[in-house]
Design a binder for this molecule. Structure first.
Ligand code: HMG
Length: 384
């Protein structure tokens, strides 16, 4: 049977970074709580001119060539920080990237989970139409609010994945299992800019959903944890992922792979829908121990709650599609002070009576939101 899966994977992050040791100092907290207790180092900070569209477009532009743009016939964007109740952010991205017109562009929502659903939708789409390509984007800006319990776990960024037949990075194994449970661990009512969070309850839900779904997965597919060279988990903060992994009784090698899989997340923070795939990118770019044919187990968790387990197999030559200098790029972002973070990350666009904003700050990123004109978002692209 033809293999279907991830052919390319791209990442976009905003330019600014806040060190958690600086945040700890400003909040009067022992820095070890953030760096050892949560196992996080830094968080990516997006200015007003960056949103899920600009970050999603940038992550996609980093991997797509003209042939891809001519063959993509579906764009699925997972997010929980939508910019419009009606129009899908994927439609803006379709336009900004110049993808051929006869494509379907949609947005999916279920907290941090929806991009995993998008990936399986893409798989089934390619199964029915092997010549087409699907762009799956996970794009979010995670804001919990100043001095909230989740503040040190914020972040911003996007992952783009091109799903095709005969993929060159990861063949999906088509063994997805899911669980839904109606719980209030984290949610964001329409009237609120920040989520409501029952933090400790959410950590218990994350792990309980994982272990119960894994039992179901094992039953259904006659597989065990030993079948996997590595486990990639949703990473709201690295310690949560480690606790989840440990609940499955991993081998020492699987714990070593986990430490490789969190390196990018520790520098970026929670990017909600993209966190699982950022962890996958970190794993395959940072691990020297993996090889083609290795199977990887994925755990997606979205509060509310829906979770999913699925697996994939690394394809021969996958390392040729990756970047070797990502950690240097992360280290070269522009550091921001706590005072500037409080301004830049929490500033909001002011709209006058006619639906116009004042011009937004100049932003040299490949894609930027430059204004709102009569309630219409105006984007600028520096890409041909
Ligand atoms: P908190 O209550 O302030 O922290 O925030 P804590 O007291 O639980 O401490 C955290 C850890 O630091 C603990 O480690 C402490 O012992 C340790 P643990 O015992 O758990 O291993 N610690 C220290 N270590 C060293 N030196 C010290 C020190 N002090 C303490 N001096 C909380 C924690 C999770 C509540 C907070 O970060 C939060 O509200 N986060 C947001 C919610 C979240 O991320 N939940 C995760 C599961 S739900 C999920 O993943 C979905 C999500 O992504 C949203 C979506 O789906 O859309 C969030």
């Amino acid at each position: 049977m033809t293999q279907i899966g991830i052919d390319k994977i791209g990442l976009a992050l905003p330019e600014y970074v806040l060190r958690l040791t600086d945040l700890a100092k400003a909040r009067g907290v022992d820095p070890d709580k953030y760096t050892l207790g949560l196992m996080q180092e830094a968080m990516a900070i997006a200015p007003l001119s960056q949103d899920i569209v600009t970050l999603g477009a940038q992550a996609s532009a980093a991997i797509l060539d003209d042939d891809d743009k001519a063959h993509i016939d579906m764009i699925i964007l997972g997010t929980e920080t939508g910019i419009d109740q009606s129009k899908a952010a994927a439609v803006y991205i379709h336009g900004l990237l110049g993808i051929q017109p006869f494509a379907r562009s949609i947005e999916l929502k279920e907290a941090c989970y929806s991009a995993a659903a998008g990936l399986e939708m893409a798989y089934n789409h390619i199964l029915a139409r092997p010549d087409s390509k699907v762009l799956v984007i996970a794009s979010d800006i995670a804001k919990y609010g100043l001095q909230s319990s989740g503040e040190p776990t914020q972040g911003a960024g996007a992952i783009a994945m091109l799903v095709t037949a005969n993929p060159r990075i990861l063949a999906l194994n088509g063994d997805n299992v899911y669980q839904t449970r109606d719980v209030m661990d984290f949610w964001r009512p329409n009237y609120s800019p920040y989520p409501q969070v029952d933090g400790h309850f959410s950590t218990l839900q994350y792990t309980d959903c994982l272990t119960t779904t894994f039992n179901y997965y094992k039953e259904k597919h006659a597989k065990s944890l030993e079948d996997f060279a590595a486990v990639c988990l949703h990473i709201p903060f690295a310690k949560q992922g480690l606790k989840g992994l440990r609940a499955l009784n991993p081998s020492p090698a699987q714990e070593e792979r986990f430490m490789e899989a969190i390196r990018y997340n520790q520098q970026v923070g929670n990017i909600y829908t993209g966190s699982l795939f950022l962890s996958f990118l970190s794993l395959i770019e940072q691990s020297k121990a993996l090889k083609a044919g290795d199977q990887i187990l994925f755990y997606s968790y979205g509060s509310g709650a829906v979770c999913e387990l699925f697996s994939g197999t690394l394809v021969q030559g996958y390392e040729n599609l990756l970047q070797s200098n990502r950690l240097e790029k992360l280290a070269n972002r522009t550091p921001i002070s706590v005072a500037d973070y409080e301004k830049v990350f929490f500033e909001t666009i002011v709209i006058d009576e006619e639906g116009n904003s004042s011009p937004l700050p100049n932003d040299p990123s490949p894609f930027a939101l430059i204004a709102i004109d009569h309630h219409k978002r105006i984007y600028r692209s520096m890409i041909d």
